[in-house]
Design a protein around this ligand. Sequence first.
Ligand SMILES: NC(=O)c1ccc[n+]([C@@H]2O[C@H](COP(=O)([O-])OP(=O)(O)OC[C@H]3O[C@@H](n4cnc5c(N)ncnc54)[C@H](OP(=O)(O)O)[C@@H]3O)[C@@H](O)[C@H]2O)c1
Length: 510
Amino acid sequence: MTSVHGANPLRDAADRRLPRIAGPSGLVIFGVTGDLSRKKLMPAVYDLANRGLLPPGFSLVGFARREWQDEDFTKVVHDAVKEHARTPFREEVWQQLIQGMRFVQGTFDDDDAFERLRGTIEELDKAQGTGGNFAFYLSVPPKSFPVVIQQLKKHGLADQTEGSWRRAVIEKPFGHDLRSAEELNAIVHEVFAPDQVFRIDHYLGKETVQNILALRFANQMFEPIWNRSFVDHVQITMAEDIGIGGRAGYYDGIGAARDVIQNHLLQLMALTAMEEPASFDADALAAEKTKVLGAVRLPRDLGRGTVFAQYTAGWQGGEKAVGYLQEEGIDPASKTDTYAAIKLGIDNRRWAGVPFYLRTGKRLGRRVTEIAVVFQRAPHSPFDTTATEELGQNAVVIRVQPDEGVTVRFGSKVPGTSMEIRDVSMDFAYGESFTESSPEAYERLILDVLLGDSNLFPRTEEVELSWKILDPIEEHWDGHGRPAQYPAGTWGPVEADEMLERDGRSWRRP
Ligand SMILES: NC(=O)c1ccc[n+]([C@@H]2O[C@H](COP(=O)([O-])OP(=O)(O)OC[C@H]3O[C@@H](n4cnc5c(N)ncnc54)[C@H](OP(=O)(O)O)[C@@H]3O)[C@@H](O)[C@H]2O)c1
């Protein structure tokens, strides 16, 4: 132990358990009248303020084309917070927050509006002490990312003066394919340095996703078997029970693989498969994710190793659901995938020969996201085959949402006089083990932006590598007939079941 006179390394090191509070700063949201802003961003800002994680003079500037005054904007934020915030409404927090709320009216090509924005920021620096530190959140249609970035440059809003910072937060999707992602990266990096850019993949803000790292690298019992010697295969699923709702304009022409696999599922795969980073800092983490994404191998036969499909009419939760092609606003000849399943390999010593099956879809049986690491069967069984007829393969299942937690599945003796072994599961549930409730992903991500912590944001290389994986698959689907079909409310097309059956495996029914 150190003496009271000597340095105490424990006390001198930054205590990571203390809440990380953002320094003087403000957030400008472009597209502030949009769905994402109302449902996620405004409530997240309030929840951060309510938890005492924002500085006293924190400022929130909304930019949109509606003819609103500051008061109209404040009312919209108020209503969004009341409806969607995670934490209780407290008048004193709200009163402090509205001191720094401003609205700037204009379209993205309106130079005067960007000059007014510059003036507003200067005014807030004086009135609220924001110190010139501003993050610009582009919650706007992807086609508008370039114009907003260029306007920020043109009006000097991206310039960082000595001791202050400017950051850009860019929503998904980041590009439509590799070429468009490279073009967008070129535009962004002409204006902002890499450490000023925060690309959102909100899955990385989820507690359960960060827990993949804790599970693997803070424990001793998983990592020794987390490789080709013990793992049979990995299944990563993001299933939605809803259809496309009112998002026809966004979804048609994009589809399930671009919307979900390119970002969320490949990031989950990278975290599940990557090597242990040298430290938990952003560079080390990105280096390992990049390495594993760079080692991904596509199926030799894309026709047999991938499936794309569309939902047809069916039943969901006791209600009739129309097929995708009958949804309002969808081209009846559309080939857009509402379901995608892909088998990938990873060409490295740890994973050679282990398939990673990724699937996502709308109008599936249940809303669930999970990573299932399925283990090989024991190499030898001293039991009668009749004793183990009902024994499946061992598995570690990370439940990303809902019912967040981890399940370990293994065989156990059924009570009785005979030897019969059946699958049982051991469960860790966030709700039961912790009293703290999990923050929303956007709370964590906005706070990280204000702190300049880029751990949970995919970098240029990761985004481009993900498109490199997806592009040949999308091209193959473009050139090969119509998508397969599955009735709404089921677990996807038979073609996807057959894809796994050919490998002697089957999809989990979560
Ligand atoms: N919604 C989600 O759950 C979700 C999930 C993941 C990612 N995202 C991404 O987040 C971003 C925002 O999504 P969203 O659903 O909120 O979109 P949205 O509801 O369509 O909102 C778009 C916003 O941009 C504004 N806007 C569009 N064109 C403009 C222009 N020329 N000048 C000024 N303002 C303009 C709109 O203003 P008006 O109100 O005046 O039209 C609106 O505030 C998109 O990049 C999307 O891909 C959304």
